[in-house]
Design a protein around this ligand. Sequence first.
Ligand code: HEM
Length: 399
Amino acid sequence: MNLMDSLISFFYTTLLYLRAVFSLMTPGTLIWKLFQNRKGKINLMSRDLICDSETLINLPKCGKPLDGFTNALCPFIPTFLMNNDKYWKQRRNIFSYADAIINERIFEKSFHFKLETKKGNILWDIFEIISKISFELMFNRIPTENEFNDIYPGLLDINKIIKRFTSTPDLQIRQKFYDQTLMLIKQNDKDFVFNNFTDFYNMDEIHQVSSVAEDFLTTISVQCTDLICHMLLLYSQYPNDFHNDIENSINETLRLYPLTDLWTRPSYGKHRGWIASLVQLNRNGWIQPDMFIPQRWHTKDHPPLMSWGFDIRRCPAQRIATNISKLVFEHIINEENFWIKPAKNFQHERTFPYGCQAWIGYGQIPDDANSWKFNGKFQMQCRRWLCEKFRMIDQNELN
Ligand code: HEM
């Protein structure tokens, strides 16, 4: 690198860090605001920032995991954090085995739940419903009260770190989650998705538990809840799009609100490590990039949707994730006379650091439904700022 390039890379790195420290935006959103439709790479001091999907897809192939260590998931070893070694291959294989069974189970089941009328944060209500469904899909029955009481707080604790509600894990709660999962695995019930599956039972205990607790229970609960909340918030503005064209409305939801913020990769071979903002990749090169327009998916003349990943590490669960989210979402909105109004002071963002502040009900919509505001926004912003910075340090997000 010559002097000029070094100065430019110093300038961009400083700009990004300073904005990230003082801003309330997630780093991914910030990168989109700063660099918008730039093409190619921007040299940062320790890695490259990849600005568009074409450049990303054309990078030399590499199977390394995207994210680094995160305390959000402790003590589990989710597949997406593993290097592409023999353990990763084993885990992907056993994932595929359960994936096929779960996909059949989704359509055999009928869901029995109703979101209660509520004015406030509906995120945890939906999360609890999906957590039960994730258990049901894995074990083909609803959890007992004791089982759920051991598992659900663990799921909640993980999601609260991800959502910047807290910054450190509650290890006691995680241990209960671990122990309960292990107990269920050892029971090897005939309806357990891995019942008598030798490849699964040949893995070490930590991989068995991580696979069930993290790859399935946690990932289904966290990811599908987020997707459904994004869909509900957009549905409040664009109900006809969701009723008329659910598939493209889901694509458009995931384009605007990808569930991952940043992708980072360490250096490999002769190549520098890189970082990419999914928010930027999904908007760069699109017409009216910030607008919700499901009809844009009717043509193929646009960049690809990056939200499910792009290489051998791409999400192996696209089908079940979409099917679960779609079924639960449709169940909610098709309840007779359902309506939803987000709080007037709530901004719809990629993450949910204030939860999903909406008023939902059935029948007559109250007069003040369009003007209600949620309380405690300032305290939530302060907490979010702190937790976000902790998370950036913990995950080495911008290193
Ligand atoms: C609901 C929407 C979902 C989206 C948008 C999504 C997106 C992604 C993306 C982008 C990755 C790449 C890795 C990364 O970002 O770090 C990934 C990996 C993964 N996802 Fe999903 N996911 C979703 C739901 C699910 C669900 C429900 C499951 C489990 C049933 C799941 C299981 C996995 C696994 C196991 C990996 C790791 C793959 C590997 O590293 O080989 N995902 N997902």
